[in-house]
Write a protein that binds this ligand. Sequence first.
Ligand SMILES: NC(=O)C1=CN([C@@H]2O[C@H](COP(=O)(O)OP(=O)(O)OC[C@H]3O[C@@H](n4cnc5c(N)ncnc54)[C@H](O)[C@@H]3O)[C@@H](O)[C@H]2O)C=CC1
Ligand SMILES: O=C(O)[C@@H]1CCC=N1
Length: 276
Amino acid sequence: MASHLPPLLLIGCGQMGGALFRAWEQNSLAPSVVIDRHKDSIAAPHSLVRSIDEIPKKFAPDAIILAVKPGKAAETIITLVKKRPDLLANAPVIISVMAGCTTTSLTSAFANAITGVTPAVVRAMPNTPSAVGRGMTGLFADTDVGAEKKELSDLLFSAAGTTVWVDEEDQINALTAISGSGPAYVFLLAELLEKAAIEQGLPQQAARLLARKTLTGAGELLDQMPEDAAQLRRNVTSPGGTTAAAIEILNAPENWPASVSEAVAAAVRRARELAA
Ligand SMILES: NC(=O)C1=CN([C@@H]2O[C@H](COP(=O)(O)OP(=O)(O)OC[C@H]3O[C@@H](n4cnc5c(N)ncnc54)[C@H](O)[C@@H]3O)[C@@H](O)[C@H]2O)C=CC1
Ligand SMILES: O=C(O)[C@@H]1CCC=N1
């Protein structure tokens, strides 16, 4: 089968890198290399190595994906460039999924490590549903990044779900708070619904099933139906009925409307702090 996706070097295969790699593997990824000392194995034809020193000679990736924790970004880039400058010879696009690592800081980490080379850097903010092809990724590139590199970046993240490009880098911080962190808000709701079900006397297993299937079913409706979320909510809410009793509490201005806005604002603040 012809490869749909070109060879990649993935640095960091934890929760996010692993989710993306799973999607890419399922989209006929050309033989690629993953660096992560905490991963046990990776399926052929790809190679797992434990450090930059072990990247096979003559490997020429079209994209290098940085998916380590933000605090390790500079050290990782400097080690990569000092030990294997040849990996940049074919001008691969550098894609960072790291929260709060700006294109300026990434570009200058490369510039500090190697003179005369300014790689094209794209920032991506994916989310973990990428593992099942249902990711949502926001992308940003400076105006000097060529169309071909942007198209390749889009191809990679489209293989893991849906993509959207933003024009200003700071918008990546807002996007991180909505779709990057967002799955955690949904999982928290699943936890809380399950707990409430148990409090109302339901057995644990049934409580878990009800909470999970309600969230995934509602998510699927959101995905498939043309109506907006407010209309889908109204479709469940009979006047004077049970849903109305619950929504009156949740949707009181001081409850969910305030909490969700405050939570998102806190995440945006944190993204900006990481970038400072
Ligand atoms: N977890 C998430 O939902 C999302 C995470 N991100 C970003 O993804 C990045 C990684 O986050 P997670 O996957 O959650 O963390 P993680 O801790 O699960 O994964 C990081 C991986 O990097 C590996 N690693 C550390 N140093 C390394 C090195 N020098 N070379 C190669 N591998 C190395 C670790 O062994 C680990 O498996 C972060 O920068 C985060 O901001 C972005 C969007 C969503
Ligand atoms: O929590 C974090 O910092 C990362 C970025 C978005 C999701 N996880």
